[in-house]
Write a protein that binds this ligand. Structure first.
Ligand code: TPP
Ligand code: MG
Length: 327
Protein backbone atom coordinates (compact mmCIF):
# COMPACT_ATOMS: atom_id res chain seq x y z
CA UNK A 1 0.00 0.00 0.00
CA UNK A 2 1.29 3.45 -0.83
CA UNK A 3 1.33 6.40 1.54
CA UNK A 4 -1.26 8.16 -0.64
CA UNK A 5 -3.65 5.29 0.08
CA UNK A 6 -3.09 5.73 3.79
CA UNK A 7 -3.69 9.46 3.55
CA UNK A 8 -6.81 8.94 1.44
CA UNK A 9 -8.85 7.69 4.40
CA UNK A 10 -10.37 10.62 6.22
CA UNK A 11 -11.57 10.84 9.80
CA UNK A 12 -15.15 9.73 9.12
CA UNK A 13 -14.13 6.73 7.02
CA UNK A 14 -11.55 5.69 9.58
CA UNK A 15 -14.02 6.06 12.44
CA UNK A 16 -16.55 3.90 10.57
CA UNK A 17 -13.99 1.11 10.02
CA UNK A 18 -12.93 1.32 13.67
CA UNK A 19 -16.54 1.28 14.94
CA UNK A 20 -17.42 -1.71 12.74
CA UNK A 21 -14.43 -3.67 14.09
CA UNK A 22 -15.15 -2.65 17.67
CA UNK A 23 -18.74 -3.84 17.30
CA UNK A 24 -17.54 -7.31 16.25
CA UNK A 25 -14.96 -7.38 19.07
CA UNK A 26 -17.46 -6.41 21.77
CA UNK A 27 -20.14 -8.78 20.42
CA UNK A 28 -17.68 -11.68 20.52
CA UNK A 29 -16.31 -10.77 23.95
CA UNK A 30 -19.91 -10.72 25.18
CA UNK A 31 -20.58 -14.05 23.49
CA UNK A 32 -17.49 -15.50 25.16
CA UNK A 33 -18.91 -14.58 28.56
CA UNK A 34 -22.37 -15.91 27.68
CA UNK A 35 -20.75 -19.15 26.53
CA UNK A 36 -18.72 -19.47 29.74
CA UNK A 37 -21.96 -19.00 31.69
CA UNK A 38 -23.59 -21.84 29.76
CA UNK A 39 -26.08 -19.62 27.91
CA UNK A 40 -24.94 -20.53 24.37
CA UNK A 41 -25.74 -24.05 23.16
CA UNK A 42 -23.06 -25.80 21.08
CA UNK A 43 -19.56 -24.59 20.26
CA UNK A 44 -18.50 -21.09 19.28
CA UNK A 45 -15.38 -20.05 17.34
CA UNK A 46 -14.49 -16.40 17.89
CA UNK A 47 -12.83 -14.25 15.25
CA UNK A 48 -11.13 -11.95 17.78
CA UNK A 49 -7.92 -10.68 16.14
CA UNK A 50 -9.30 -11.09 12.61
CA UNK A 51 -11.88 -8.25 12.55
CA UNK A 52 -10.02 -6.15 9.98
CA UNK A 53 -10.70 -8.74 7.26
CA UNK A 54 -14.53 -8.74 7.26
CA UNK A 55 -14.70 -5.01 7.93
CA UNK A 56 -12.12 -4.13 5.26
CA UNK A 57 -13.71 -6.40 2.64
CA UNK A 58 -17.29 -5.37 3.46
CA UNK A 59 -16.33 -1.69 3.10
CA UNK A 60 -15.95 -2.40 -0.63
CA UNK A 61 -19.28 -4.25 -1.04
CA UNK A 62 -22.84 -3.08 -1.68
CA UNK A 63 -26.04 -4.36 -0.07
CA UNK A 64 -26.73 -6.48 -3.19
CA UNK A 65 -23.44 -8.38 -2.95
CA UNK A 66 -23.53 -11.79 -1.26
CA UNK A 67 -21.10 -13.52 1.08
CA UNK A 68 -20.59 -17.08 2.27
CA UNK A 69 -18.74 -17.65 5.49
CA UNK A 70 -17.04 -20.26 7.67
CA UNK A 71 -17.32 -21.81 11.15
CA UNK A 72 -15.66 -18.56 12.36
CA UNK A 73 -18.40 -16.44 10.87
CA UNK A 74 -19.69 -13.91 13.43
CA UNK A 75 -17.49 -11.11 12.08
CA UNK A 76 -18.65 -11.66 8.50
CA UNK A 77 -22.29 -11.68 9.59
CA UNK A 78 -22.08 -8.50 11.63
CA UNK A 79 -19.93 -6.61 9.14
CA UNK A 80 -22.50 -7.43 6.42
CA UNK A 81 -25.13 -5.78 8.59
CA UNK A 82 -26.84 -8.58 10.48
CA UNK A 83 -29.24 -7.10 13.07
CA UNK A 84 -27.96 -7.71 16.60
CA UNK A 85 -31.34 -8.81 18.01
CA UNK A 86 -31.77 -11.61 15.49
CA UNK A 87 -28.09 -12.54 15.79
CA UNK A 88 -28.04 -12.94 19.58
CA UNK A 89 -31.43 -14.68 19.61
CA UNK A 90 -30.05 -17.16 17.06
CA UNK A 91 -26.86 -17.74 19.04
CA UNK A 92 -28.93 -18.39 22.16
CA UNK A 93 -31.05 -20.91 20.24
CA UNK A 94 -34.32 -18.95 20.34
CA UNK A 95 -37.33 -19.09 18.03
CA UNK A 96 -36.86 -15.31 17.56
CA UNK A 97 -33.42 -15.89 16.00
CA UNK A 98 -32.68 -15.18 12.35
CA UNK A 99 -32.90 -18.92 11.60
CA UNK A 100 -35.48 -19.58 14.32
CA UNK A 101 -32.75 -21.02 16.54
CA UNK A 102 -32.07 -23.90 14.13
CA UNK A 103 -28.69 -22.66 12.88
CA UNK A 104 -26.82 -21.23 15.86
CA UNK A 105 -23.29 -19.90 15.64
CA UNK A 106 -22.06 -22.15 12.84
CA UNK A 107 -25.06 -21.76 10.55
CA UNK A 108 -26.32 -18.26 11.25
CA UNK A 109 -27.61 -16.72 8.01
CA UNK A 110 -29.66 -13.77 6.79
CA UNK A 111 -30.51 -13.91 3.10
CA UNK A 112 -32.19 -10.49 3.28
CA UNK A 113 -28.74 -8.87 3.67
CA UNK A 114 -26.91 -11.26 1.35
CA UNK A 115 -25.28 -13.25 4.17
CA UNK A 116 -25.63 -16.81 2.87
CA UNK A 117 -24.52 -18.40 6.09
CA UNK A 118 -21.72 -19.42 8.38
CA UNK A 119 -20.81 -23.05 7.78
CA UNK A 120 -19.47 -25.84 9.96
CA UNK A 121 -17.97 -27.67 6.98
CA UNK A 122 -14.50 -26.39 6.10
CA UNK A 123 -14.53 -25.02 2.54
CA UNK A 124 -18.29 -25.38 2.03
CA UNK A 125 -18.81 -21.63 1.69
CA UNK A 126 -16.64 -21.69 -1.43
CA UNK A 127 -19.17 -23.57 -3.54
CA UNK A 128 -22.14 -21.70 -2.02
CA UNK A 129 -20.55 -18.38 -3.02
CA UNK A 130 -19.73 -19.83 -6.45
CA UNK A 131 -23.41 -20.72 -6.96
CA UNK A 132 -24.41 -17.25 -5.86
CA UNK A 133 -21.91 -15.67 -8.26
CA UNK A 134 -23.32 -17.81 -11.08
CA UNK A 135 -26.83 -16.57 -10.21
CA UNK A 136 -25.61 -12.95 -10.21
CA UNK A 137 -24.08 -13.49 -13.66
CA UNK A 138 -27.01 -15.36 -15.23
CA UNK A 139 -29.63 -13.00 -13.84
CA UNK A 140 -27.50 -10.02 -14.89
CA UNK A 141 -27.51 -8.60 -11.41
CA UNK A 142 -25.03 -5.87 -10.69
CA UNK A 143 -23.59 -7.84 -7.77
CA UNK A 144 -20.65 -10.01 -6.80
CA UNK A 145 -20.24 -12.90 -4.35
CA UNK A 146 -17.48 -13.30 -1.78
CA UNK A 147 -16.26 -16.62 -0.37
CA UNK A 148 -14.45 -16.32 2.96
CA UNK A 149 -12.33 -19.34 3.86
CA UNK A 150 -9.49 -20.21 6.22
CA UNK A 151 -6.02 -21.52 5.38
CA UNK A 152 -7.28 -24.94 6.54
CA UNK A 153 -9.39 -25.03 3.34
CA UNK A 154 -6.24 -24.90 1.20
CA UNK A 155 -6.04 -28.67 1.58
CA UNK A 156 -9.61 -29.19 0.31
CA UNK A 157 -10.25 -30.39 -3.26
CA UNK A 158 -13.30 -28.12 -3.40
CA UNK A 159 -11.05 -25.05 -3.53
CA UNK A 160 -9.55 -26.33 -6.81
CA UNK A 161 -13.00 -27.01 -8.28
CA UNK A 162 -14.23 -23.54 -7.37
CA UNK A 163 -11.12 -21.72 -8.62
CA UNK A 164 -11.36 -23.65 -11.89
CA UNK A 165 -15.08 -23.05 -12.48
CA UNK A 166 -14.92 -19.41 -11.42
CA UNK A 167 -12.10 -18.84 -13.90
CA UNK A 168 -13.74 -20.86 -16.69
CA UNK A 169 -17.06 -19.01 -16.41
CA UNK A 170 -15.52 -15.64 -15.46
CA UNK A 171 -17.78 -15.45 -12.44
CA UNK A 172 -18.07 -12.31 -10.30
CA UNK A 173 -16.53 -14.13 -7.33
CA UNK A 174 -13.94 -12.89 -4.85
CA UNK A 175 -12.09 -15.56 -2.86
CA UNK A 176 -10.92 -14.21 0.51
CA UNK A 177 -8.49 -16.42 2.39
CA UNK A 178 -8.15 -15.57 6.08
CA UNK A 179 -4.71 -17.03 6.70
CA UNK A 180 -4.23 -17.15 10.48
CA UNK A 181 -1.57 -19.86 10.30
CA UNK A 182 -3.68 -22.37 12.23
CA UNK A 183 -6.05 -25.15 11.37
CA UNK A 184 -7.67 -26.23 14.62
CA UNK A 185 -4.69 -27.23 16.82
CA UNK A 186 -2.08 -27.64 14.08
CA UNK A 187 0.06 -25.03 12.37
CA UNK A 188 -1.00 -24.89 8.72
CA UNK A 189 2.66 -25.01 7.70
CA UNK A 190 2.69 -28.65 8.78
CA UNK A 191 -0.24 -29.51 6.51
CA UNK A 192 -0.02 -27.33 3.42
CA UNK A 193 2.94 -27.61 1.04
CA UNK A 194 2.20 -24.67 -1.28
CA UNK A 195 1.53 -20.95 -1.11
CA UNK A 196 -1.77 -19.61 -2.43
CA UNK A 197 0.24 -16.91 -4.20
CA UNK A 198 1.93 -19.64 -6.27
CA UNK A 199 -1.23 -21.66 -6.93
CA UNK A 200 -3.62 -18.93 -8.10
CA UNK A 201 -1.72 -17.88 -11.28
CA UNK A 202 -2.28 -21.43 -12.60
CA UNK A 203 -5.99 -20.57 -12.86
CA UNK A 204 -5.28 -17.36 -14.75
CA UNK A 205 -6.83 -15.07 -12.16
CA UNK A 206 -5.31 -12.24 -10.10
CA UNK A 207 -3.95 -12.75 -6.59
CA UNK A 208 -3.41 -9.97 -4.03
CA UNK A 209 -1.99 -10.31 -0.50
CA UNK A 210 -2.73 -8.00 2.42
CA UNK A 211 -1.76 -7.47 6.01
CA UNK A 212 -5.03 -8.80 7.45
CA UNK A 213 -4.70 -6.89 10.72
CA UNK A 214 -4.47 -3.44 9.17
CA UNK A 215 -8.01 -2.41 8.23
CA UNK A 216 -6.75 0.42 6.03
CA UNK A 217 -4.64 -2.05 4.04
CA UNK A 218 -7.51 -4.54 3.72
CA UNK A 219 -10.10 -1.93 2.72
CA UNK A 220 -7.77 -0.32 0.19
CA UNK A 221 -6.85 -3.62 -1.43
CA UNK A 222 -10.45 -4.82 -1.27
CA UNK A 223 -11.66 -1.67 -3.08
CA UNK A 224 -9.27 -2.36 -5.99
CA UNK A 225 -9.87 -6.09 -6.23
CA UNK A 226 -13.66 -5.84 -5.86
CA UNK A 227 -13.66 -3.32 -8.73
CA UNK A 228 -11.74 -5.89 -10.79
CA UNK A 229 -14.23 -8.66 -9.89
CA UNK A 230 -17.19 -6.47 -10.91
CA UNK A 231 -15.53 -5.57 -14.21
CA UNK A 232 -13.73 -8.71 -15.28
CA UNK A 233 -14.30 -11.76 -13.11
CA UNK A 234 -12.80 -13.75 -10.25
CA UNK A 235 -9.84 -12.85 -8.06
CA UNK A 236 -8.20 -13.94 -4.81
CA UNK A 237 -7.37 -11.80 -1.79
CA UNK A 238 -5.24 -13.45 0.90
CA UNK A 239 -5.22 -11.69 4.27
CA UNK A 240 -2.51 -12.69 6.74
CA UNK A 241 -4.05 -12.39 10.17
CA UNK A 242 -3.97 -13.64 13.76
CA UNK A 243 -6.31 -15.89 15.70
CA UNK A 244 -6.03 -14.27 19.11
CA UNK A 245 -8.21 -16.84 20.92
CA UNK A 246 -8.38 -20.62 20.91
CA UNK A 247 -9.80 -22.61 18.02
CA UNK A 248 -13.07 -22.66 19.95
CA UNK A 249 -14.06 -21.05 23.23
CA UNK A 250 -12.69 -23.11 26.10
CA UNK A 251 -9.63 -24.25 24.12
CA UNK A 252 -6.67 -23.98 26.55
CA UNK A 253 -4.20 -23.64 23.62
CA UNK A 254 -1.47 -25.72 25.27
CA UNK A 255 -0.19 -26.46 21.76
CA UNK A 256 0.70 -22.78 21.21
CA UNK A 257 4.06 -21.24 22.09
CA UNK A 258 3.53 -18.69 24.93
CA UNK A 259 5.86 -16.30 23.08
CA UNK A 260 3.49 -16.37 20.07
CA UNK A 261 0.52 -15.61 22.31
CA UNK A 262 2.38 -12.75 23.97
CA UNK A 263 3.29 -11.20 20.62
CA UNK A 264 -0.35 -11.06 19.52
CA UNK A 265 -1.22 -7.83 21.38
CA UNK A 266 1.08 -5.80 19.12
CA UNK A 267 -0.79 -7.11 16.06
CA UNK A 268 -4.26 -6.43 17.48
CA UNK A 269 -6.27 -4.89 14.59
CA UNK A 270 -8.24 -2.65 16.96
CA UNK A 271 -5.00 -1.27 18.38
CA UNK A 272 -3.60 -0.67 14.87
CA UNK A 273 -6.81 1.16 13.85
CA UNK A 274 -6.62 3.27 17.03
CA UNK A 275 -3.15 4.41 16.00
CA UNK A 276 -4.54 5.69 12.70
CA UNK A 277 -7.23 7.58 14.64
CA UNK A 278 -4.68 9.14 16.96
CA UNK A 279 -2.73 10.36 13.95
CA UNK A 280 -5.98 11.96 12.74
CA UNK A 281 -6.29 13.65 16.16
CA UNK A 282 -9.44 11.80 17.17
CA UNK A 283 -9.64 12.13 20.94
CA UNK A 284 -10.01 9.35 23.50
CA UNK A 285 -13.36 10.78 24.64
CA UNK A 286 -14.91 10.20 21.23
CA UNK A 287 -13.71 6.61 21.20
CA UNK A 288 -15.11 6.11 24.69
CA UNK A 289 -18.55 7.40 23.55
CA UNK A 290 -18.43 4.98 20.64
CA UNK A 291 -17.67 2.09 22.98
CA UNK A 292 -20.49 3.05 25.35
CA UNK A 293 -22.96 3.23 22.47
CA UNK A 294 -21.87 -0.17 21.10
CA UNK A 295 -22.10 -1.82 24.51
CA UNK A 296 -25.61 -0.39 25.05
CA UNK A 297 -26.76 -1.85 21.73
CA UNK A 298 -25.25 -5.22 22.61
CA UNK A 299 -26.83 -5.32 26.07
CA UNK A 300 -30.24 -4.48 24.60
CA UNK A 301 -29.88 -7.34 22.10
CA UNK A 302 -28.75 -9.77 24.82
CA UNK A 303 -31.72 -8.78 27.01
CA UNK A 304 -34.12 -9.29 24.09
CA UNK A 305 -32.58 -12.70 23.32
CA UNK A 306 -32.83 -13.79 26.96
CA UNK A 307 -36.53 -12.92 26.87
CA UNK A 308 -36.95 -15.12 23.78
CA UNK A 309 -38.52 -18.56 23.70
CA UNK A 310 -37.11 -21.96 22.83
CA UNK A 311 -38.32 -23.40 19.51
CA UNK A 312 -41.46 -25.46 19.76
CA UNK A 313 -40.36 -29.12 19.82
CA UNK A 314 -42.76 -30.39 17.13
CA UNK A 315 -41.92 -27.69 14.56
CA UNK A 316 -38.19 -27.95 15.33
CA UNK A 317 -38.43 -31.71 14.81
CA UNK A 318 -40.31 -31.21 11.54
CA UNK A 319 -37.53 -28.88 10.36
CA UNK A 320 -34.90 -31.49 11.22
CA UNK A 321 -36.40 -34.80 10.07
CA UNK A 322 -38.38 -35.61 6.94
CA UNK A 323 -41.15 -38.11 7.62
CA UNK A 324 -40.58 -41.24 5.53
CA UNK A 325 -43.28 -43.76 4.80
CA UNK A 326 -41.46 -47.09 5.04
CA UNK A 327 -44.38 -49.12 3.68
C1 TPP B 1 -14.66 -30.86 5.74
C2 TPP B 1 -14.23 -30.67 7.18
N1 TPP B 1 -13.08 -31.24 7.60
C3 TPP B 1 -12.67 -31.07 8.87
C4 TPP B 1 -13.41 -30.32 9.74
C5 TPP B 1 -12.95 -30.10 11.18
N2 TPP B 1 -12.44 -28.73 11.31
C6 TPP B 1 -13.21 -27.76 11.85
S1 TPP B 1 -12.42 -26.29 11.84
C7 TPP B 1 -11.04 -26.94 11.15
C8 TPP B 1 -9.84 -26.08 10.87
C9 TPP B 1 -10.14 -24.98 9.98
O1 TPP B 1 -9.01 -24.18 9.82
P1 TPP B 1 -9.12 -22.90 8.94
O2 TPP B 1 -9.89 -23.21 7.70
O3 TPP B 1 -7.75 -22.37 8.76
O4 TPP B 1 -10.01 -21.92 9.79
P2 TPP B 1 -9.68 -21.25 11.21
O5 TPP B 1 -10.24 -22.16 12.25
O6 TPP B 1 -8.22 -21.08 11.31
O7 TPP B 1 -10.42 -19.96 11.18
C10 TPP B 1 -11.20 -28.30 10.91
C11 TPP B 1 -10.17 -29.16 10.30
C12 TPP B 1 -14.60 -29.73 9.28
N3 TPP B 1 -15.36 -28.98 10.05
N4 TPP B 1 -14.97 -29.91 7.98
MG1 MG C 1 -6.72 -21.02 9.86
Amino acid sequence: MTSSHRAALGENQMLKLYADMLLIRRVEERLGRLFADGEVPGFIHLSIGQEAVPVGVMSALTADDTIASTHRGHGHAIAKGMPLDGFFAELLGCEQGLCRGRGGSMHVADLSIGMLGANGIVGAGLSIALGSALAHQRLRRNAIAVAFFGDGALGEGLLHECLNLASLWRLPLLFVCENNGWSEFSPSAGQITFRLADLVPAYGIPYVASDGNDVVAVSTKAADIVAHVRREGPAVLECFTTRMRGHYEGDAQKYRDPAELEALAARDPIRIAKEYLRRLDVGEERLQDLLTDIDCRIEAAVAAARAGSAPDFETAKADTYTPVDLH
